[in-house]
Design a protein. Sequence first.
Length: 194
Amino acid sequence: MRMAHPIPSFGWLLLVILLGPLIGISQPASGHKSFSLPVNNQTAVRFFYLPANDYLHPALIFRVASPQSGELGTAPIISHGGRTPYISIDEMRKLVQMLDHSNLLWSETKTVEVPGMVGFKETTGMLQIKVFSSGGTASSNSDPSRLCKTLAPLDAAFKQPRALWEFQLFRVNYGCSVPGFDRKAFPEHAEGIR
């Protein structure tokens, strides 16, 4: 009886190990399938980033408001959540769609969450984006060095001037250059002012 030589088996294993990463290069950059989350008047999107050794920055939480509510176009600072611009359902759909088609890596769960206070204990050193929906939650952690490049295209989702300004202010506060941004266009610390 002749014994099989172990070198060919080892060679195949080595080949698989070496070629594995090359095969992965052809994978899509987003690394996920499309969101299965419904977008409705309960949907909210939260952006949060806390640089190391910095003061606690409020989260930026977009929520849906109906035109009749009087909240549309406002951005009160809600103590338990953060700065909260209200946008239309169409703007929310566009924002979620743009996030879904971005190069961000997403983790999705069927667990329904609501945006709450974000504090030092949630600090990861990453830009955190979370989509809250009546059908579940999707979250992404992005490299903060890409914050400006990652978020700039999302300006196109907003029609409400206050919402767009708040989103641009969020980026400016982290050193992003936003052409044409007027810091004095809206009061930064007044609740509910249009």
